[in-house]
Design a protein around this ligand. Structure first.
Ligand code: F0G
Length: 456
């Protein structure tokens, strides 16, 4: 059969509210041209994030009822711990309320002034937590990853030569740790190969540098390894994931992605001394080590989600639905980051809106235009998110100007995707009408969440 169907039936539904173009024009002005400031009910298809927005299964909901809410030693914790130990082989499992809480704990301990944290690409909260500790975050993405139109299997890889050179120039003692993000979210949801993970680990091991994985989308990454990397085609995604984690000294995880949970995360470690320090900080900031900022029911939902996420029928449908949008865009020569990633399509706003200079934030402008055209909410991953200023106040742009359309897990069907493609095509035909934006307000850290803009 050619058609890949959604591998689930729908038991509960949520209504979508429709708005007119005129209403959206007003709502957009009220939200200061920042889709983060829109009310979700005013969005028709919400592709802002795949984080915490997925649909839980009937088994996860059953787990919610089973959740043991004991303050200490909850049954749900032991189930959570055993699923994660089985996946990662890491003996110390520390629950947190979401991924960035794991980052905050890890980098408060391992970061600090004068240190570097090296990555393929740090996600924005990871970078913010690194920098807040006083350390510097350095992205060492492979050259293929920087070319949006190039089709290559593992564009999320770390540049191993650049890694060696950076360590040689700065000294191993200055490197707090190396952390590889799988899949590489800010770099287009592109996967990292097992070979690349192994090479990075060997470089780190030889120099005594801890090697970590930001595991948010580990299952999607492992499905790409299965389908793209020689030698893995006959292994299960669970086995591939176990191998991937076996190379790491530790990992941070947002269970809001590849654990089908609405909230949660964890830090898993091999090092007992580091685990002790992390747990001490956990107690101060999150909670007792057997719940860490979560309810027992959340721990249950995550444990079940981690078992469901590696199911290959699901991953096949997941990767295929994203690829499907890419194929429609290809038919109309609409520029996007190729190939499509594991959780999202990334439109290339620099090419899509080539008449808008980077100083006028083409990614943000495209986000707003998509909302106006069809009520679709995406997120800018460009100079609003990653731009910095020189001392004289001019913009240092981000590497790319992208708009990410992230697909919540098990939420939308093929006709929703057809609608999304139709809106993008309509907008592309009248792209010259879209105007650039100027920032009227911004915060010091993570400005994209709260910034305000006006049309130029
Ligand atoms: N690392 C990566 C690669 C992420 O994509 C995210 C979150 C985090 C860490 C932080 O996890 O949200 O649970 O605190 N990404 C979301 C997104 C927000 O939309 O891509 P968190």
């Amino acid at each position: 059969m050619k058609t890949i169907i959604e591998p689930f039936r729908i038991k509960t539904v949520e209504p979508i509210y429709f708005t007119t173009r005129e209403e959206r024009a007003e709502l957009l002005t009220e939200a200061h041209y920042n889709p983060f400031l829109l009310k979700a009910k005013d969005v028709i298809i919400d592709l802002l994030t795949d984080s915490g927005t997925g649909a839980m299964s009937s088994n996860q909901w059953a787990g919610i009822m089973r959740g043991d809410e004991s303050y200490a030693g909850s049954e749900s914790f032991y189930r959570f711990e055993s699923v994660i130990k089985n996946l990662t082989s890491m003996p110390y499992v520390i629950p947190v309320h979401q991924g960035r809480a794991a980052e905050k704990i890890l980098f408060s301990i391992e970061g600090g002034a004068g240190k570097y944290v090296l990555s393929n690409t740090l996600f924005d909260t990871t970078r913010a937590n690194v920098e807040y500790s006083g350390a510097q975050g350095i992205d060492l993405l492979c050259p293929e990853g920087k070319q949006t139109a190039l089709v290559a299997p593992f564009k999320g890889n770390m540049d191993i030569d650049a890694l060696k050179a950076f360590i040689a120039d700065n000294g191993a003692a200055s490197i707090a740790l190396v952390i590889i993000t799988v899949t590489n979210n800010s770099g287009g949801g592109q996967p990292v190969s097992m070979a690349n993970i192994k090479q990075a680990q060997q470089v780190c091991k030889a120099r005594g540098i801890p090697f970590f994985i930001d595991a948010c989308r580990f299952a999607e990454n492992c499905y790409f390894i299965k389908t793209r990397e020689a030698g893995y085609e006959n292994k299960s995604v669970q086995q591939i994931a176990q191998e991937l984690f076996s190379y790491a000294d530790g990992c941070t995880m947002s269970a809001k992605k590849d654990a089908f949970a609405n909230i949660g995360g964890f830090l898993a470690l091999h090092n007992a001394e580091l685990a002790e320090k992390c747990r001490n900080m956990l107690i101060m900031t999150e909670g007792f080590p057997t719940y860490g900022g979560l309810a027992g029911r959340d721990l249950e939902a995550i444990a079940t989600g981690l078992e469901e996420i590696v199911q290959e029928d699901y991953l096949k449908y997941r990767i295929r639905s994203i690829e499907y949008i890419g194929e429609v865009l290809d038919k109309h020569d609409i520029p996007y980051l190729k190939p499509t990633g594991g959780h999202a399509v990334y439109l290339d706003a620099k090419k899509f809106l080539s008449h808008i200079p980077v100083q006028q934030y083409p990614g943000q402008a495209l986000c707003c235009a998509l909302y106006l055209e069809g009520g679709i909410r995406g997120v800018e991953i460009g100079s609003v998110m990653f731009g910095k200023y020189t001392d004289d106040g001019s913009l240092i742009p981000g590497v790319h100007e992208l708009v990410r359309l992230a697909l919540p897990r098990r939420m939308y069907t093929q006709s929703h995707m057809d609608y999304v493609a139709e809106v993008i095509i309509n907008l592309y035909q009248k792209r010259h009408e879209v105007k650039g934006l100027a920032i009227t307000y911004e915060s010091k850290y993570l400005r994209h969440f709260t910034a305000k803009f006006k049309e130029i």
